[in-house]
Design a protein around this ligand. Sequence first.
Ligand code: URA
Length: 214
Amino acid sequence: MPATDFDNVFVIDHPLLQHKLSFVRSADTTTDNFRRLVREIAQMMAYEITRDLPTEKVPVTTPLTTFDSPVISGKKLCLASILRAGTGMLDGMIDLLPGARVAHIGLYRDPETLEAVEYYFKVPEDIQDRTVIVLDPMLATGHSAIAAIDRLKEVGVTSLKLACLIAAPEGVTNLRAAHPDVPLWLAALDSHLNDHGYIVPGLGDAGDRIFGTK
Ligand code: URA
């Protein structure tokens, strides 16, 4: 997996994923295709992000014999969707991780300060015993992801990963400073943020494009 110039930041450069991301970026892509493509990209990201999950061998009886075969062990998973755009990645992740619990964290971006303001926080009771994969499609300033991770750490979570479709270097720098321990998985690391806080070249407003609200 290609690392980047940033510590603990990985771009998943699989050709299938990159092909789909190009169509997600296109302004001509319809809402239904956008949703489907984000779901498919999230599936591929789930596959890579969970590559380091520990396994243990358990006896399995095939039609021919019994032998020791690997199954996932260790901490159970929780997917934490940062509302509302994180929901777009949730279904694809659940396709591959059907037993994962789901947390919802509601944050909106103050249009003046671009700071994250929390309005909802609902997580599984045993979240501190789980590895939490935080879902936030667009890491712009990083304020929302940083605030979500702050809150998850406050309630005792110690094992965290962050999955974003696209990040701006500004957001990655902020995230690395705030939470150097949390690995970041991306489909792309883009050029910069514009004056309105949008990632360039980006894909526009992920929430609007997932939900067709524009
Ligand atoms: N949020 C988005 O949806 N898009 C951006 O480019 C930045 C933040």
